[in-house]
Design a binder for this molecule. Structure first.
Ligand code: AMP
Length: 209
């Protein structure tokens, strides 16, 4: 656990990791956790399975003071990933009293609407989040942490305009973290427009032509 402690993680969080059988940080965790906890914007080149969820979740879990307002939003390309990320964050934050909610299409919206008022961390797909914004059942004006997960897949699925709309509903003063398996021109455009002095972490020297 010492290696995790050295990255800046609290005992509350390392205790959870220990119970989960984590022994040492993955490469993305080693590089991203210290700047992420320090509040820096992050552009991370990394794939599913790299351990990126803990990399961005640790910044949120360690720094967010729960007050039943949406202070963190994580956008994912698919419903499966939204559920998976929400479950991981719930696990990682079990020593903190945080409310995590996943919202996605294909299920009744009313259940989600009822839970939004007590949610601290919202994970969701762009389409359903836009739906909530249009219905005015969701406000993002208290967001301090914005994460775009698997950005390249969101672009491929045609979500870039929705993602931009959502970003523009968040306060300018915030921490932004973007993760993508490939670094493309679209990602560069997003990074320039929506992050401030980001720390770039690239595990693969791969550039999408
Ligand atoms: P992710 O890439 O964040 O979806 O993580 C992939 C899988 O690796 C998940 O099942 C995590 O629980 C697991 N995992 C993440 N970080 C570590 C670690 N440092 N040690 C062992 N397992 C990990």
């Amino acid at each position: 656990m010492e290696k995790f402690t050295k990255l800046g993680l609290s005992k509350e969080l390392t205790d959870v990791l220990k119970r989960a059988g984590f022994k040492s940080p993955t490469e993305i965790q080693e590089q991203a956790i210290p700047p992420a906890i320090a509040g820096k914007d992050i552009i991370g080149g990394s794939e599913t399975g790299s351990g990126k969820t803990l990399a961005f979740a640790s910044a949120i879990i360690e720094n967010l003071v729960p007050n039943k307002e949406i202070q963190a939003i994580i956008l994912t390309p698919t419903r499966e990933l939204a559920v998976q990320v929400a479950n991981s964050i719930r696990d990682f934050s079990q020593n903190k009293n945080l409310h995590v909610l996943a919202v996605y299409g294909g299920v009744r919206i009313e259940t989600q609407i009822n839970k939004i008022p007590i949610t601290d961390i919202l994970v969701g797909t762009p389409g359903r989040i836009i739906d909530h914004l249009n219905r005015r059942t969701l406000r993002l004006n208290k967001v301090k942490f914005l994460v775009l997960d698997e950005v390249d897949r969101m672009f491929d699925m045609g979500f870039s305009r929705d993602v931009e709309k959502i970003i523009n509903e968040c306060p300018k003063e915030r921490q932004t973290m973007m993760f993508s398996a490939t670094i493309s021109a679209d990602l560069d455009y997003f990074a320039k427009k929506y992050t401030k002095n980001p720390v770039r972490i690239s595990l693969k020297p791969y550039v999408d032509p």
